[in-house]
Design a protein around this ligand. Structure first.
Ligand code: TPP
Length: 343
């Protein structure tokens, strides 16, 4: 059994000297992206009670390093699928913030044309291929995309984000078996945040059977990584992507993370009793964004002033994007008949 409570924060030396392998600009870019996601999520959360965003939301606060680390190893042309917790994946893959917020407000120029809401963000121009609110629903679709890539002899790869609960669905294991059999160019990226809504992992899966080991048993190259360590996540996913691109087949990366907010909506819901608020506080002490900032500051790859400039830029972008979304047109009755297909 994985014990989630004694987590002691990212060990940035665990995978060799990763800081030296990247340029200062690249290291700062990873930080910028994590900070951007954090601030966007906070802004969404703050405004959610106004009830103008007509969509359920599933915040990724606490899981930013997983989104950014994984997507930093993908090219724009690589296709990404995910489940209901989409915001981090969409933004890290290069999705447009105005398009995302407009989608939350169900406005016509939302990235899914107001039809998807937060759980169905997509933007083909950056390879955000789609998401499904059906737990594990995106996994066979991403596997099919990988088969298509292989059959067409294309060079890009397919990647799918899934939660720990998705590994309780048969479709995941059918997909993994097929991908391993056919050596498909795909990376299964499992964000294990230890909960399915309010049910902890230890009440859903047998003690001592780790998720990544099950994937290995299906014949996939499979690793477990600290999902709060952006550099470690990037390293693991980059290796998996390289394998997929060179025809070595599928990989499974289990990133252990912790969501700070409730399963859905704004705020923390720990007081409902399904998890100990002290556990949440413990993980918050080991913040993936601040921990990485401290590393960069210590290694002189980031200055306090650079961080302030980033905060300002992000703040300006968020304000402009909210203004854009809130002033965007609502769909009309006529719009109901566009993008509708029937025979
Ligand atoms: C097939 C299916 N069963 C149940 C649900 C209800 N449901 C929505 S999210 C969720 C938990 C998902 O947990 P996980 O996949 O670990 O992702 P996380 O929310 O932790 O990011 C459940 C059970 C669903 N959407 N689809």
């Amino acid at each position: 059994m994985v014990i989630k409570f004694p987590y002691q924060g990212s060990d940035f030396t665990a995978c060799g000297d990763l800081v030296k392998q990247h340029t200062p600009e690249f290291l700062r870019q990873l930080f910028y992206q994590m900070l951007r996601i954090r601030r966007i999520e906070e802004a969404v959360e703050n405004k959610y009670h106004q009830d103008q965003m007509k969509t359920p939301i599933h915040l990724v606060i606490g899981q930013e390093a997983a989104s950014v680390g994984a997507c930093s190893a993908l090219k724009k042309s690589d296709v990404l699928y995910c489940g209901h917790r989409t915001h981090g994946a969409y933004l890290a893959k290069g999705g447009d913030l105005k398009g995302m917020l407009s989608e939350f407000f169900c406005r016509l120029n939302g990235c899914a044309g107001s039809r998807g809401g937060s759980m169905h963000l997509m933007d083909k121009s950056v390879g955000m291929a789609g998401s499904s609110a059906i737990v594990a629903g995106a996994v066979p679709i991403a596997t099919g995309a990988a088969l298509s890539i292989q059959m067409k002899g294309e060079e890009h790869v397919s990647c799918v984000f899934l939660g720990d609960a998705a590994t309780e669905e048969g479709a995941v294991w059918e997909s993994l078996n097929f991908a391993a059999l056919k050596k498909l160019p795909i990376v299964y990226f499992c964000e294990n945040n230890f909960f399915s809504v309010c049910t902890p992992l230890e009440e859903r899966q047998p003690d001592g059977v780790e998720i990544y080991k099950k994937a290995a048993a299906f014949g996939l190259h499979s690793v477990q990584v600290d999902g709060s360590n952006v550099l470690a996540v990037r390293q693991a996913v980059a290796a998996a992507v390289a394998r997929a691109r060179s025809g070595e087949g599928p990989s499974f990366v289990e990133a252990q993370v912790y969501r700070w907010r409730g399963h859905g909506g704004a705020g923390d819901d720990s007081d409902s009793g399904y998890r100990d608020p002290a556990e949440v506080a413990h993980w918050q002490k080991h913040c993936p964004v601040d921990g990485y900032a401290d590393l960069l500051l210590g290694e002189k790859r980031l200055s306090v002033q650079q961080r302030e400039v980033m905060e300002q830029q992000i703040n300006d972008e968020i304000n402009a994007a909210f203004q854009h979304a809130e002033s965007s047109p609502n769909p009309t009755e006529e719009d109901l008949y566009t993008h509708a297909y029937c025979n």
